[in-house]
Design a protein around this ligand. Structure first.
Ligand code: GLY
Ligand code: MN
Ligand code: MN
Length: 455
């Protein structure tokens, strides 16, 4: 299946029209991007807001929602015989509008004229070629397009896409089934001497074999303290931790985002086990706290406090845990946010502006190192899907810098950190639906208890 029932799309577009009242809204789809020359392209990925309202996962299409007239229009062209020779038979535009319950289709060449007398609203653009496209069809400069997006449209789209429908949850469950298969195969593939690249290869292969792909570049590294490590040249050695942050995307574009941290040796060392259990405690306690009405910023701070108290018990931190977290001392070990929204994008709707998605009038972004990286802070609502992903890392460069500055010396036991210098990092991540009755961890269970992982 690559499209939902047609009425899903018309209902979504009608809801947007109702939210905005009037106006013409333009949704340019993505185009093929050259890898090294025009005919050799990167794998195509449709724009997520286009997917949400117009469904079709092919390049060369634009959607119009005309709230003034209550109509939806798909812009694009029927395939020429050359297209069919090289790419096979394609849906006609008439078939395309039928599949998404749109009202009419319009040839690409007629778009500028159709738009000429109208005030057109659009979302912020993250692809340079879409800036050029909008500049051309709207007769504006790319600078005007860059700054001219509609804030009302941004907020209406975020409001709608934040609340996942049953059909979307089903897709996310599917993404997590593939992700489960990936992690399951990975856990069997970890042996000393293999390259990280081998693990990435396993992940890519399992995703592809299940008609999916990875939702973002795999992070599978023995240097898990580098948060978004996209290098794969190191080999796995006895005693290493292998951090695997890997999620699949379904054919319809919905993402999973799961992190598991595996010991390369059959068992965790006592030092690894102690830190692992602390990260797992932070993760499971924070999942329990995911409820409507709770600010995610407070759940993030709860994770920071659990980590601080645990590191105090181990002897790496000291002093009052609340004071340490308020000061930001925990961020030496937990320097990122607890999580983010997830859906059609792994960091859902981030192209529409992180602050627009995760913050609001009553919840402003912190400027403090660590908490400043939190992508979702506002009050949670039923239907949100988010990640819970605490971690503990020992980043030698950051430790050295802070120690030299004697930063937070009342909270951090710098003289106890030498045995952890090569520890690297551990993160555990799951995807959680905010429901009226409490948190729902989506997808099949992917082992995370220490004993299960060792088995
Ligand atoms: N996979 C990237 C993240 O967890 O945010
Ligand atoms: Mn992740
Ligand atoms: Mn994540």
């Amino acid at each position: 299946m690559i499209l939902f029932d047609a009425t899903i799309y018309s209902a979504r577009r009608k809801a947007l029209m109702k939210a905005l009242g009037k106006g013409v809204y333009l949704f340019p789809g993505a185009t093929d991007q050259p890898f090294n020359y025009k005919g050799n392209t990167y794998p195509f990925r449709q724009d997520s807001s286009f997917l949400y309202y117009f469904g079709h996962p092919q390049p060369g299409l634009t959607g119009i929602i005309d709230a003034d007239n209550g109509k939806s229009i798909l812009v694009g062209d029927d395939a020429e015989i050359e297209d069919v020779v090289w790419m096979g038979p394609q849906l006609t535009m008439a078939e395309r509008i039928h599949h998404i319950d749109a009202d009419q289709h319009l040839p690409s060449a007629d778009l500028s004229e159709w738009l000429r007398t109208k005030e057109v609203h659009y979302l912020p653009q993250y692809h340079a070629d879409r800036l050029f496209y909008l500049a051309e069809v709207l007769g504006k400069s790319t600078d005007e397009i860059k700054t001219g997006h509609s804030h009302a449209l941004v907020h209406a789209v975020i409001q709608q896409r934040s609340h996942k429908g049953a059909e979307e949850i089903e897709q996310m469950e599917h993404a997590l089934h593939i992700t489960h298969a990936i992690h399951s195969q990975i856990s069997k593939s970890i042996t000393p001497g293999k390259l990280e690249a081998h693990i990435r290869g396993v992940a890519e292969g399992v995703a592809f074999a299940n008609q999916g792909r990875l939702a973002y570049q795999a992070i599978c590294t023995v240097n898990g303290h580098t948060l978004h490590n996209n290098h794969y040249h190191r080999s796995l050695k006895h005693g290493d931790m292998l951090l695997c942050d890997i999620g699949a995307e379904t054919m319809m574009g919905y993402a999973g985002d799961i992190t598991r941290s595996y010991p390369v040796s059959p068992k965790f060392s006592p030092q690894q086990a102690e830190i692992y259990d602390l990260v797992l405690k932070a993760e499971t306690e924070c999942i329990k706290a995911v409820k409507p009405g709770v600010r995610y910023l407070d759940v993030h701070l709860q994770a920071a406090k659990i980590i601080t108290e645990g590191l105090k018990a181990i002897g790496l931190m000291q002093g009052d845990a609340d004071e340490a977290v308020a000061a930001g001392a925990h961020a030496l070990f937990f320097p990122h946010g607890l999580g983010h929204m997830i859906g059609l994008d792994v960091h859902d709707m981030e192209g529409l502006g992180e602050d627009n998605v995760g913050y609001d009038a009553t919840t402003k972004r912190s400027k403090q190192f660590g908490t400043a990286y939190l992508r979702l802070a506002k009050k949670l609502e039923p239907g949100f899907v988010l990640t819970v992903e605490p971690g503990i890392y020992f980043i030698p460069e950051l430790i050295d810098l802070w120690e030299k500055e004697q930063k937070f010396k009342d909270f951090i036991c710098y003289n106890k950190l030498a045995p952890y210098r090569n520890f690297t990092g551990i993160r555990i991540e799951d995807n959680v639906l905010v429901a009226e009755n409490g948190p729902v961890v989506l997808g099949p269970e992917i082992p995370k208890q220490r004993e299960e992982i060792e088995k």
